[in-house]
Design a protein around this ligand. Structure first.
Ligand code: KIV
Length: 260
């Protein structure tokens, strides 16, 4: 563990890519987990709207509200003052118009002390990204599978399987880079396409279910830790089985209490 690190700037991640250093990142939601992650050298932390499913028991990310992500972003900030903390802007907090995106991003920066925001979408979101970046908000872009569009999309599946999807992904990637995003999440993008995108961009690609050619990887902490026994996405690699550990501990505790 190493807890005396300097907080990276948004530009630092492109420098890491330029020197070939891979970028590990986690999506997490609370103070103690953020503190442990940062002390392990993971300094790009996302407060994902996946918190709807992992923490709040919701069925997808659509019902997640600004106040939910705000509350958890403040918690992560307190746990990891030395990390670059990104708030995932929830459904309809930025899609309505760039002015709403600016107003809501300002709340994440000013009230939750975040270092940047993440928004889903490529070409269609380029103008919003550009406005945010010009105003001083570092933006993590997100293309490929877009969970906030799950109800109008084709479900949870790999994107980039045919030439048309590949072309769209490449233009989305180019558009968010041009708009000034400091990195781009590639979610469930075909490995070969993710590799092409990674090679064609100066900013780092942070993959989830998109193969190992990406410049970095992001995983949901609950998946990595094995905290959700009833749900493990295909792309998640478990490094622990905390659900079992917790069950063992709670069972011993209950039995001690019952025995008096
Ligand atoms: O909500 C989230 O946690 C995310 C990451 C998995 C990229 O969007």
């Amino acid at each position: 563990m190493n807890d005396k690190r300097k907080k990276p700037s948004a530009c630092e991640f492109a420098r890491r890519k330029a020197r070939g250093a891979k970028i590990p990142s986690l999506s997490l939601y609370d103070t103690p987990t953020a503190k442990i992650a940062a002390s392990c050298g993971i300094d790009l932390l996302l407060v994902g709207d996946s918190l709807g499913m992992t923490v709040l028991g919701l069925k997808n990310t659509i019902p997640v509200k600004i106040e939910d992500v705000m509350r958890h972003s403040s918690a992560v900030r307190r746990g990891a003052p030395e990390a670059f903390v990104v708030a995932d802007m929830p459904f309809m907090s930025y899609q309505t118009c760039p002015a709403d995106a600016m107003r809501n991003a300002a709340r994440f920066m000013q009230e939750a002390d975040c270092d940047g925001v993440k928004i889903e979408g490529g070409v269609q979101m380029a103008e919003t990204i550009s406005r945010l970046v010009s105003a001083g908000v570092p933006v993590m872009a997100h293309i490929g599978l877009l969970p906030q569009r799950i109800l109008t999309g084709c479900g949870y599946r790999k994107i980039g399987k045919n030439k048309e999807e590949e072309r769209e992904l490449l233009s989305d990637a180019k558009a968010v880079e041009k708009a000034g995003a400091f990195c781009v999440v590639l979610e469930c993008v075909e490995d070969k396409v993710a590799e092409k995108i990674t090679k064609s961009l100066r900013i780092p690609t942070i993959g989830i279910g998109s193969g190992d050619a990406c410049d970095g990887q992001i995983q949901v902490a609950h998946d990595v830790l094995g905290l959700l026994p009833d749900f493990t996405p295909k792309h998640a690699r478990r490094y622990a089985n905390l659900a079992e550990e917790i069950q063992r501990a709670f069972t011993s505790y209950a039995s001690d209490v019952i025995k008096g």
